[in-house]
Ligand binder design. Sequence first.
Ligand code: 3PY
Length: 255
Amino acid sequence: ANSLKQIFTQESRPAMGVWQMLPGANISRILARSGADWVMVDCEHGNIDDAAMHEAVPAIAALGVSPIVRIPDLRPWMVKRALDSGAHGILAPLIRTVEDVKNLVTAAKFPPEGKRGFGSPIAMQNFNPMPTFTEYLQQANESLLTMVQIETQEALDSVEEIAPLVDVIFIGPFDLGNNIGHPIIEGKMDPELDEAIERILKAAVTAGKKCGIFCTGGDQAKQYADKGFHMISVATDYTLLGAAMADSLTIARGQ
Ligand code: 3PY
């Protein structure tokens, strides 16, 4: 089953997740066992190539947690490989136009809704109970989640049109800030960036869809949970490792 989809449809709490940037199934398992509801396998900015994605996705899925893949770019073949690896959904970065979004959804859905090619034995291995070919074909369009990042001025301008087309619109606050001329400096968000974020949340809610956001820690994640966001990335493996070691060193050195 797609546990993230179940949270979205059957529970009213936000789905809290973690961003995997470092390759390795052991890292995937540690993150999936942390209590997170989903793990983002980041093939855009993470050090995760196609082979590493095929290790990470099953390791996460085997623990009953939803693996979502952030594809590197807006290419249909990247959507295909991510879903064929068994991802429960895909996240597409830096989309600009309604056309970009329609092309992605077409790549993610089997005919007649879309143009996804059918050859998914590896994906099927990642679901419990394992579906038959026919069951997978019948369920995939409905159960696999389509997500796009709203992080450009153009996508922000069209967000009310984009939201109805996908399951989740997901805010990348750093790119969004850069692209609307209000970069986040030292963690400070400009009021215009806050306004853009509010607009995106409103567009999702109005369309009956989910809104996600990338956060840099638990405090910020809690703030966005209180504002009503549905899918929240709490932290990344990369920053967590460094921060945990720095904290331990501070204690060890009596500083
Ligand atoms: C952003 O904040 O721009 C992101 O996409 C998070 O990685």
